[in-house]
Design a protein around this ligand. Sequence first.
Ligand code: CMC
Length: 434
Amino acid sequence: MDATANTASAKLTVGDKSWDLPIHDGTIGPQVVDISKLYGQTGLFTYDPGFTSTASCESKITYIDGDEGVLLYRGYPIEQLAENGDFLETCYLLLYGELPTPAQKADFDFSVTRHTMVHDQMNRFFTGFRRDAHPMAIMVACVGALSAFYHDSTDISDPQQRLIASIRMIAKMPTLAAMAYKYSIGQPFIYPKNDLDYTANFLNMCFAVPCEDYKVSPTLSKALDKIFILHADHEQNASTSTVRLAGSSGANPFACIAAGVACLWGPAHGGANEAALKMLTEIGHPERIPEFVNRAKDKNDPFRLMGFGHRVYKNYDPRAKIMQQTCHEVLSELGIKDDPLLDVAIELERVALHDEYFIEKKLYPNIDFYSGITLKAMGFPTDMFTVLFALARTVGWIGQWKEMIEDPSQRIGRPRQLYTGAERRDYVAMAKRK
Ligand code: CMC
């Protein structure tokens, strides 16, 4: 463990017995009480459903201050990275811990670009799906299937194989995502073009057709690249923890990332952008906002304002601010002056930010609130939104997986439980059951 040694300790008292528990300091953020030896020493488990107070690992990658609305990748504020860098630079930073020199960046871009094609037999996977399959269903399957094609990068004990697997996944996710989209609309797959940058290549694979020229808009490409930066990592969220847990058993990296994709799909996580856009469409007009806000506040109604609230941010999600600005840039580039969904979004945000319920519960717009409108304007159908999130988050998942594998104290993840089921009882033969 690299955390700073701390002489302070916490005292746990149960009945007439007490134990001292070590406290560790991180670089920034709350201290942690080390309970790793608690069970051995006391015979007690801790209970923390949803891990609201539990640090599951030590990490040097991403830091969030939810109260202040701060997000740092390797110490760099998200605002500075989104404003000045590009997505592959962010990938390098997340994977290696430092911003690349020009030579390192050129090398990294070259490696990623050279791995963008997928094995040609992967094409056949797609034809096994119905045309109306959700593209996230296709992604879960195809990302997992990569382990069936790239046997030379599944040995997790070999650093070189880990590196190649990492580059392969960053490079191939856009290709698979674009293939999932093309398949759903019945158009031929477009192969990667190595003279385009990462994000322009992705847009080309999505929107070009073989029968005519397609020119990628530099403004849209830059905006999407920024969206990818915003989504690249977010410390120990549900999908990242899933990837770490899957990886802790020694599963190969492609299988672990497929597990992350599956977890991301849920509407409380990466699926929220799709759900937020559906909600804005359902609201349809600013006049109907009070009705939906009231439903969100009603304890007996399961409805929630999608794109609002966050487990960690109890302030404005810093990504949402950048996303809102990007949304305006994209709409203006596309000449969309009056988007009814944007009108609803702006008014809903205003109403919620002034509503006692949302103020008291510290529910602010999160990144998903504006990303749906932006992606829709770019031409992506709603069910592709979470796929784009998965594409961008892949580097975060890989970086966190790599950090875990390279941590000498790493062990298989194995939470315990508070058992409240039946006590021991004897089997009753079928004929004797009433
Ligand atoms: N609308 C209305 N009420 C809400 C909302 C919402 N969007 N979010 C939380 N609440 C209320 C909730 O009912 C609860 O009230 P009470 O204390 O009276 O029971 C309180 O706020 C705390 O909510 P919670 O569910 O205990 O908080 P959580 O930290 O477990 O959940 C969340 C966080 C993001 C799952 C939740 O805020 C939510 O469901 N938001 C909508 C979905 C969404 O936008 N998700 C995207 C998250 S950002 C992208 C990502 O990281 O994946």
